[in-house]
Design a protein around this ligand. Structure first.
Ligand SMILES: Oc1cc(-c2ccc(F)cc2)cc2nccnc12
Ligand SMILES: [Mg+2]
Length: 214
């Protein structure tokens, strides 16, 4: 059988990027997905918003839900301060395998812990398994119907502290209406919408940034 889209993306990174250079990995993926084959990375437009929110928060411990091929994992990890850690959760083993190789190619494997499994199962185990107290930053980019239950799980497991920032991808396309209702109507969050485009297209999409108020 032939290769998969993630495997072809990995080949494009190995061919066009420089080992140990995260920016060249990001550019190689964006070029491939814009000109050869679309893929569901957060992309370069929304990626700039992710970069600016991440830089502002400067998290010590960050969580990403939905690794896919590791594009946003690399975007986040490249901006972390020394000693800070990013945990990323991926349900699909084939995606996880490619992501590991792309993260390693960027030279960011020491900052990233990729955990395979379902977010619903893993979130309650984070404290005990990885000695995590809180997440300062959470990037939600997995299945849209998991955004609300996983946010509630993070709250209930005491993994958010006053000032923790949630940043959610795809709140317009494919859309996460329940999540928008949840964070925008809750007194425990201060929410703001960043309008942008669906990766590599002219279709509207955006990121919702929600600060946990404790
Ligand atoms: O960024 C994304 C885009 C899409 C997606 C797929 C097909 C379309 F037509 C439009 C958008 C799905 C996603 N699933 C999980 C995490 N992120 C996603
Ligand atoms: Mg997405």
């Amino acid at each position: 059988t032939g290769s998969s889209r993630p495997q072809r993306m990995l080949k494009a990174v190995q061919k066009n990027a420089t080992k140990g250079d995260p920016q060249s990995v990001i550019s190689a993926i964006d070029h491939y997905c814009r000109h050869k084959e679309w893929a569901m990375n957060v992309g370069d437009d929304k990626g700039l918003i992710l970069d600016s929110v991440l830089t502002e928060v400067n998290p010590s411990t960050a969580l990403e839900l939905g690794t896919y091929c590791g594009y946003s994992t690399v975007r986040i990890a490249r901006l972390l301060s020394p000693g800070s850690k990013l945990f990323t959760v991926e349900f699909n083993p084939a995606f996880a395998e490619v992501a590991r190789q792309i993260i390693a190619y960027a030279g960011l494997q020491d900052k990233v812990t990729l955990v395979e499994g379902s977010s619903g199962d893993l979130i309650p185990k984070m404290k005990e398994q990885f000695g995590i107290k809180y997440f300062d930053f959470v990037f939600l980019d997995h299945w849209k119907d998991r955004y609300v239950p996983d946010t509630k799980l993070l709250e209930d497991c005491g993994l958010l502290k006053k000032g923790s920032v949630l940043l959610a991808d795809n709140v317009i396309c494919p859309g996460a209406p329940e999540y928008l209702k949840y964070v925008r109507n809750s007194p425990r969050y201060e929410s703001r919408y960043y309008k942008s485009n669906l990766e590599y297209t002219k279709v509207e999409d955006g990121l919702e940034k929600s600060v946990f108020l404790g």
